[in-house]
Structure formats: C-alpha cells, structure tokens
Design a protein around this ligand. Structure first.
Ligand code: NAD
Length: 391
C-alpha cells in the first residue's frame, strides 16, 4: 500500500565494521575537528571500551578531548548542563557520544546548548524549535536497541518538574553513526534481550503506524527478520560477533524506520510505565508489545499478516486474521524464549510495577505523543484493560 504523501530524509552518514570505532580517522579528518567533547557513562568506561576509542581520536590528530562520563540511565536537564559546561571549557567544536540511548540523547541535548548557548535545555524542548544546524555529532552506539544514532529525537528528564522533555528536530540527527558490533560484546544477557526487543518494537510499530511509508516498511521488514533470527543467539552467546552484528544493524534499520514512520500505543504505554514505575524503556516495550498488537488487532491485522514471512511463519494457507494471530503468538514465543535464556521479565509485576499505579499509567499513556500515530484511537479504559493483562 502506498500512502498519498511521504518523505524520507536521513542526513546521518552510517559506517559499519567490526573494530571501526578504534579508527575512523578519515571520517574525522573530513569533519576537520580538533577539539572534542566525548560523552559516555561510568559503567561503560569501567568496561574498558572507551579508552581505545579515545586513543583513536588522538591518533587521528584531534588535539584536545574532554570526557564527560556522568550520564545516568534516564538523563536529566542538569546532566546536560554539566556536560555542556565541560565542552565549553575547551571550546569544543563537536561531540562524540559513546553509549546507549541515554548517552546519545544526552549528547544531542548538550549539542543544542553547546551550539546555540543558553543555560537550560528546557527552552528548546518540543518539535522543530531549532532554526539552524548544530555542531557535528558522532554517535557510537554500544547497545543494539534504541536507534538513537539515526533519529532526530531525544528525551531528557526535567528533574525539577518530574516530566520527560521531548526534543524532536531535524537538526538533531547525528552527523555520523559509527556502528561497531565489537562494542556490544560486553552487553550482559538481559540488557541484550531488552534492547533487542526495543528494536523489534520500533520495527513493528513503525510498520503499523499511521505514518508508514514504503521506505520505513522495507527497513522494518529487514530489521524484523534479523531480530527473529539472531536475538536469542546474541543473548545466549554474547561473544558471537555474527549475532551481535546482525542485532546492531537491525537496531539501526528499525531506528530509521520509526524515525520516519513514528510508533504507537506500545510506546505510549511504555513511556508512561517508564515515567511512573521507572521500568527501563526496552523492558517495558518487550512486555507490552504483544498486548499493544492485540489492542490494534482490528485496525492492523492485515499489516501484521504481512510480517509473517519475516518472522519465519509460513502463512500461505492462512487467512489474514490467522496469520496476524500467528505473528502475535510468535512475538510471545520470542519473549518466552528470552525469559528461559536470561530471565527477562514478561509481565509488569515482575518488572516491579505496582498494581495500584496501572490507572495512572493508562491515563498518562493516552496523552503520550506516540498515541497520535497509532492506527486506532488510544482509549484510557481499553489501555487499562491491556495493562491489567500485561500485569
Ligand atoms: P542505556 O543507554 O540507558 O544503558 C543502560 C545501561 O547499559 C547503562 O548502565 C550502560 O552503562 C550499560 N551499557 C551500555 N552499553 C553497554 C555495553 N556495551 N556493555 C555493558 N554495558 C553497557 O540503555 P538503552 O536501552 O540503550 O537506552 C535507553 C534510553 O534511550 C532511554 O532513556 C530511552 O528514552 C532512550 N531512547 C531514545 C530513542 C531516540 O531515538 N532518541 C529511542 C528509544 C529510546
């Protein structure tokens, strides 16, 4: 199905190779940067992954580098400010973000302040608030899930007001995404599983969102087939570079897909679950994905049916409804498999959510920006019903 109108724009240059994060000097030199702010987090620094990348920057002729490694899992406005201040201390010309979604989102927000000035990034929140481009940002993901290295989105917590600020702007696209699957070898099994399921959620929701288009469809389908084939292997055999490579590429494809097509009710519910019960983004998506798919069954079963071959289902003799049910069942089986391998929670109770918080989560989910792109209206009572089932 071809929509009446769509557009596709991706200014981020993507490079993939095992080991490439240690030496991408040609690319660095083409950007002509000699003073850089590196943003990462402490646990990652402790893995020893960061130092070889810093050495690579030095060997490439970067004269001055400062490292900010204080990014927490849900980054905050004050963290963005501190990172920016450190960058200003060397008059940084650009940023290198090395980490998962939290680090990359922090870097995007810090880049706004570093380029345009100001004290608090709050002033720039919302959609399309920027009028000119930002300093170069090189994103080096170390998880395979969020796709933030190729999206125009960042989410930062305003800790004073207790709300999550969204930034959505074409100038937030990283200049370059360096995909080095070796950086993900150190991910523990549960993190691998939840981030992988995050990528699957991006791909499936992009495929059924109101804004889907032929480009996002193609990216989603490839991402789904790679994840189906490799997620369990990546979780069970963390050192398997083939599986790690496939998951990293899949996450990137899914990131581009949802950046262009947006997401839906699964994200509405998981954003709210994250805000109220502090469940990690990927875990919330993993738990809520089949329930969100059921929520959209009537509106989307024909589109779900199209996903069957990518999930390894022979649907040639099935009705569209039958194939769609099989697709949802396969997503459930994937979670069961992951639970068996690494103990990933498959319900909200195990994820630490309090039952009495479900009504608040449902109310917040309805207001979430993702709800606008869902193929059917997001209704509070019905969301609550699904949340109870996911509990
Ligand atoms: P994360 O960045 O919060 O990292 C989780 C933990 O994993 C951290 O402790 C980190 O140190 C550790 N870690 C990261 N890489 C590792 C590695 N290779 N080995 C060992 N440990 C490693 O997790 P995430 O799931 O990548 O990101 C979640 C965040 O991304 C959320 O804040 C979410 O809102 C955001 N997000 C952003 C986008 C976007 O497009 N901007 C999309 C989806 C999610």
């Amino acid at each position: 199905m071809i929509p009446d109108f769509f557009q596709f724009h991706l200014p981020t240059k993507i490079l993939f190779q095992a080991g490439i994060s240690k030496d991408f000097s040609n690319e660095l030199q083409s950007l002509g940067l000699s003073r850089l702010l590196v943003i990462t987090d402490k646990p990652l620094r402790n893995t020893g992954l960061i130092e070889p990348i810093l050495l690579g920057l030095k060997n490439a002729g970067v004269e001055s580098v400062v490292v900010f490694d204080d990014v927490p899992p849900n980054s905050e406005v004050r963290v963005v400010k501190k990172a920016c201040e450190l960058g200003k201390s060397i008059d940084a010309q650009g940023i290198v973000a090395i980490g998962g979604g939290s680090v990359m989102d922090t870097a995007k927000a810090a880049n706004i302040l570093l380029t345009h000035g100001g004290d608090l990034v709050n002033d720039y929140s919302g959609a399309q608030t920027l009028t000119t481009s930002l300093n170069p940002l090189i994103a080096i993901p170390t998880t395979s899930g969020t796709g933030s290295e190729v999206t125009k989105v960042a989410v930062i917590l305003d800790e004073e007001r207790g709300v999550k600020l969204s930034f959505l702007d074409r100038f937030l696209y990283p200049t370059m995404a360096i995909l080095d699957p070796e950086l993900t070898l150190s991910m523990p099994p549960k993190l691998t599983a939840m981030t992988g399921m995050d990528a699957l959620t991006h791909a499936i929701e992009a495929y059924t969102s109101l804004e889907f288009n032929p480009f996002s469809d193609a990216l989603s389908l490839r991402a789904i087939s790679l994840i189906r084939k490799f997620i369990s292997k990546a979780v069970a055999e963390g050192g398997n570079l083939e599986a790690r490579s496939a998951m990293m590429v899949a996450s990137n494809l899914a990131g581009i897909a949802f950046d262009h097509a947006m997401v839906g009710v699964v994200h509405s519910m998981s954003h709210a679950t994250g805000a109220i019960a502090h469940v990690p983004h990927g875990l919330a998506n993993s738990i809520l994905l089949p329930w969100g798919m059921e929520y959209n069954f009537d509106a989307s079963h024909a589109r779900y049916a199209e996903l069957a071959p990518s999930l390894g289902i022979d649907s040639s003799k099935m009705s569209a409804e039958g194939a769609a049910r099989e697709v949802i069942e396969t997503v459930r089986q994937m979670r069961t498999e992951l639970k068996k391998i690494c103990g990933l929670a498959d319900n909200l109770r195990e994820a630490g959510v309090k039952e009495e918080d479900l009504p608040r989560i449902a109310a917040l989910a309805v207001e979430d920006g993702s709800s606008f792109y869902n193929p059917r209206e997001v209704v509070e009572e019905e969301v609550l019903e699904k949340l109870k089932k996911a509990y």
